[in-house]
Write a protein that binds this ligand. Structure first.
Ligand SMILES: [Zn+2]
Length: 452
């Protein structure tokens, strides 16, 4: 046994060094860009005060899940008025938790019950009464307070039949777990102050056609605010495979060319905030044939990603609780892993913290300089006394992640001398004096000047 392990290790080392030789060989085959080598600017550390895992209250997460499961069902077409059974019971318990957090935050956290109507084939094509619950922490910067970073889970649930409001539908994982993350983020973040506004949501109507997610987007827009980024947590509580806790998956759709998009760059920002050992980026909109509340945001070109546990067990999603041939079906709290769920809460909270502390992202980021030796990047940005400058990012077209090429002080046009426009992708992000970075904005081809 021992000898075999050693031999295996030796082989792994040999393979790794072979890969390193290969990498340096490949790099030597490519011309240096720029010819003198890339700059190595000094980078600010991320903003102080990171959310420590130990500050996440795993017990509170479990209590939120148990509280919601105790409502029997939270089907969107069940009762909104019965305090003991139905989705209204779920709403009441979420409101109570947010109110308790608001009290301890000195009243800065505002709790909102947003009542609306929506129609879909899954409401029998008739307007259905629905409600979302929000806790809003207003930003302290007058300009940035109009930008909102959102985190959400859906509190509605379903049994096997999505049109059945009567059967038990505990919905522990789908999606009390996501609601618990949203509430825990409110608890972790509301003692602090942030430049942008944070909105912690629990929405309904997800199983009836993403109705609460669509409403959430409308709510932000009706207030005249901008979506800075949306973290959708849906099915984030279970981690049953050996070796748990594993990384949570973060799904992000690509742009028209399948590559960069605001959502993809939000996902990268989340990974950078939470750590590569905390999240596993999956570069697709969602799991195959599935949907979530981030979709309506993505369809509007807004940055939105979906968190979902590493592997799903379909016996415990969308199943009326029962035992068949000794096999247990149903979405119960006993199948959740709160160590994992706590990790998800930390990843969300730390991402939101950094994003809400950052300056506004640059706008109109373009690249030009094709058929010339130099790449030219240009962008605009509003004045911001708290910004120190911008990071120009680049990456090989085959790489998933950005790295910093250089740091510059001002917007406008920046020439990258001796750097081809063609061999890499480019992006720009704003950097605050506090070290917080905006979501990167990928450079698009500068439109040609209009002909006279
Ligand atoms: Zn769900």
């Amino acid at each position: 046994m021992e000898t075999r392990t050693l031999a295996k290790r030796f082989q792994a080392v040999k393979l790794a060094s072979a890969a390193m030789v290969l990498a340096s060989f490949a790099a030597a085959q490519d011309p240096a860009e720029p010819p003198g080598g890339a700059p190595s600017p000094k980078l600010l550390p991320p903003p102080a005060g990171a959310i420590a895992r130990a500050t996440v209250d795993d017990k509170a997460l479990a209590e939120t899940v148990d509280d919601l499961v105790a409502c029997g069902t939270r089907h969107s077409l069940s009762s909104w008025d019965d305090p003991k059974r139905g989705i209204g019971c779920g709403r009441d318990r979420i409101v109570a938790r947010f109110e308790a957090i608001a009290k301890s935050s000195g009243g800065r956290l505002q709790v909102v019950v947003d009542r609306f109507e929506a129609t879909s084939p899954r409401t029998h094509d008739k307007p259905a009464r629905l409600e979302n619950v929000y806790a809003i922490l207003p930003g302290t910067d007058p300009a940035l307070a109009k930008t909102v970073f959102l985190v959400s889970g859906h509190f509605d649930s379903m049994p096997s039949n999505v049109m059945d409001p009567d059967s038990d539908a505990p919905g522990a994982d789908d999606d009390s777990s996501g609601v618990a993350v949203s509430i825990e983020c409110a608890r972790l973040l509301s003692p602090g102050t942030y430049r942008a506004t944070l909105l912690f949501a629990a929405v309904s109507g997800e199983e009836q056609g993403l109705l609460g997610g669509k409403r959430l987007l409308d709510y932000v827009r009706e207030k005249g605010d901008t979506v800075g980024g949306f973290l959708d947590n849906d099915i984030v509580g279970a981690d049953f495979a050996p070796g748990a806790p594993h990384r949570v998956r973060v799904f992000s759709g690509g742009g028209p060319d399948g590559v960069d998009s605001p959502s993809r760059d939000l996902a990268r920002a989340v990974e950078e905030s939470a750590g590569r050992d905390a999240v596993r980026l999956v570069f697709r909109l969602d799991r195959l044939g599935r949907g979530g509340d981030h979709r309506p945001f993505v369809e509007e070109g807004l940055p939105a990603v979906r968190f979902t546990e590493p592997l799903e067990n379909y016996d415990h999603e969308h199943q009326t609780p029962r035992v068949e041939d000794g096999r247990e079906y149903g979405d119960w709290p006993k199948f959740l892993n709160y160590q994992f769920l706590g990790n998800v809460a930390r990843a969300n909270a730390e991402s939101l913290r950094r994003l809400a502390l950052a300056p506004a992202a640059p706008a109109q980021v373009t690249i030009s300089g094709g058929v010339t030796p130099d790449a030219k990047l240009a962008w605009t940005a509003a004045d911001d006394a708290e910004r120190t400058g911008f990071e120009i990012l680049w990456r090989e077209t085959t790489d998933p992640r950005w790295s910093v090429y250089d740091v510059v002080a001002g917007a406008g046009e920046n020439v990258l001398k001796g750097v081809s426009t063609d061999n890499r992708f480019f992006a720009v992000r704003s950097v605050g004096k506090n070290g917080a970075r905006s979501i990167p904005v990928a450079a698009i081809l500068k439109p040609p000047a209009p002909r006279k």
